[in-house]
Design a binder for this molecule. Structure first.
Ligand code: CP
Ligand code: NVA
Length: 304
C-alpha cells in the first residue's frame, strides 16, 4: 500500500490489521507511547472545512511523535492557483506524508501521482475512506465481527455511501444502500465494489426501498443530504431525500440491537430525527473518536 486514497487501495488482510492496530492504540492511548513518526513532518492540506478530520489528524500525528502541519487552501499558494502537481513536488521535499481534503477525486490522484511521499485521502467528493475505517472499527467493537453484519446506508448516494461499498467489498459484511434514483451512488463505484466483494463474500445491494434496506440491519447509517460543495442543490435534493429520513419508524424495522451511525456533522430534522441521534442506539461520538485511532493506525503503516 503506497497511498490510502480509497479503501480498495489496501487488501482485506491489511485493512483488518489496521482495525486491530487501531483497537490496540485505543486501548493503550494513555499508558504507552509509540512514536513511529518521530522526526517526521506530515502536511495536512484542507481545501474544505473540517472539525473531526483536522483535529484527529493533528492530534494523531502528534501522539505518534511527528509534527503536523495544518495547511488550509486560503493560506497556501494552492489557493492562488499554484498547480496541485507543483504543490506535491514541493511538499515532497519537506515532509514525509501528505493528507488532502479536496473536491474532485482526480485532484487527489494528481497529488498522489506527483508526490514522492505517501498520500492519505482526508475526503474527496467521491470517497471518505478514513471515516468508513473508523465506522468499521465502531461496529466491530460492538459486534466483534465483520462478516455477517448487515449495514444499511439510507440517504444520499455520496462519498460516504461509496466508501461503505468499498468497505463491504474488503471486510465481507453485507451492505444495503437505499437512495432515491435521483441521488443514487455511482454505478461504476458500486460495480467495482461488487466485483471486489466476490473475494470476501460481502454482499452489496442498491435499492430505492429504504424499509427493505433497513430490514433486520445491525447498523443503520446516513449522512447529510447536501455535501460540501453541493449547497446550491440542497433544496432540490431535499425533495427526493425526505422519505429517506432515519427516524423511529425506520429504526423499528432494523434488528432490536441495531446501532445508529453518522459521520457528522448531522442536520437534525433532515436525514435523522433528534430522538434517534440522541438515543442509546446512537454510536456517533464513538465513531468520531475512532477517527483518531484508525488514522493513527493507517499513518503507522503508511508514513514509514
Ligand atoms: N466526518 C468528518 O469528516 O467530519 P469533518 O468534516 O468535521 O472533518
Ligand atoms: N458527505 C459529507 C461528509 C462530511 C464529513 C460531505 O462530503 O460534505
Amino acid at each position: 500500500m503506497k497511498n490510502f486514497l480509497t479503501i480498495l487501495d489496501a487488501e482485506s488482510e491489511e485493512l483488518e490489521e489496521i482495525i486491530n492496530l487501531a483497537a490496540a492504540l485505543k486501548k493503550e492511548r494513555f499508558t504507552s507511547v509509540r512514536t513511529p513518526l518521530a522526526g517526521k513532518s506530515i502536511a495536512l492540506i484542507f481545501e474544505k472545512s473540517s472539525t473531526r478530520t483536522r483535529v484527529s489528524f493533528e492530534v494523531g500525528v502528534k501522539e505518534l511523535g511527528g509534527h503536523p502541519l495544518f495547511l488550509s487552501k486560503g493560506d497556501m499558494q494552492l489557493g492562488r492557483g499554484e498547480p496541485i502537481k507543483d504543490t506535491a513536488r514541493v511538499l515532497s521535499r519537506y515532509v514525509q506524508g501528505i493528507t488532502l481534503r479536496t473536491y474532485e477525486h482526480s485532484r487527489l490522484l494528481e497529488l498522489a501521482d506527483y508526490s514522492t511521499v505517501p498520500v492519505i485521502n482526508a475526503l474527496t467528493d467521491t470517497h471518505h475512506p478514513c471515516q468508513i475505517m473508523a465506522d468499521v472499527l465502531t461496529f466491530y467493537e460492538r459486534f466483534g465481527k465483520f462478516k455477517g453484519v448487515k449495514v444499511a446506508y439510507i440517504g444520499d448516494g455520496n462519498n460516504i455511501a461509496h466508501s461503505w461499498a468499498n468497505a463491504a467489498a474488503r471486510f465481507g459484511f453485507n451492505l444495503a444502500i437505499a437512495s432515491p434514483a435521483e441521488c443514487a451512488p455511482s454505478r461504476d463505484i458500486l460495480n467495482s465494489a461488487m466485483d471486489e466483494a466476490k473475494k470476501s463474500g460481502g454482499r452489496i445491494e442498491y435499492t430505492t426501498d429504504a424499509k427493505g434496506a433497513a430490514s433486520n440491519a445491525d447498523v443503520i447509517t446516513t449522512d447529510v443530504w447536501a455535501s460540501m460543495g453541493q449547497e446550491a442543490e440542497a433544496e432540490r435534493k431535499k425533495s427526493f431525500l425526505e422519505p429517506f429520513q432515519v427516524n423511529r419508524a425506520l429504526m423499528a424495522i432494523a434488528a432490536p440491537h441495531a446501532i445508529f451511525m453518522h459521520c457528522l456533522p448531522a442536520h437534525i430534522g433532515e436525514e435523522v430525527t433528534e430522538d434517534i441521534f440522541e438515543s442509546e442506539a446512537s454510536a456517533v461520538f464513538d465513531e468520531a473518536e475512532n477517527r483518531l485511532h484508525v488514522q493513527k493506525a493507517i499513518m503507522s503503516k503508511l508514513f514509514l
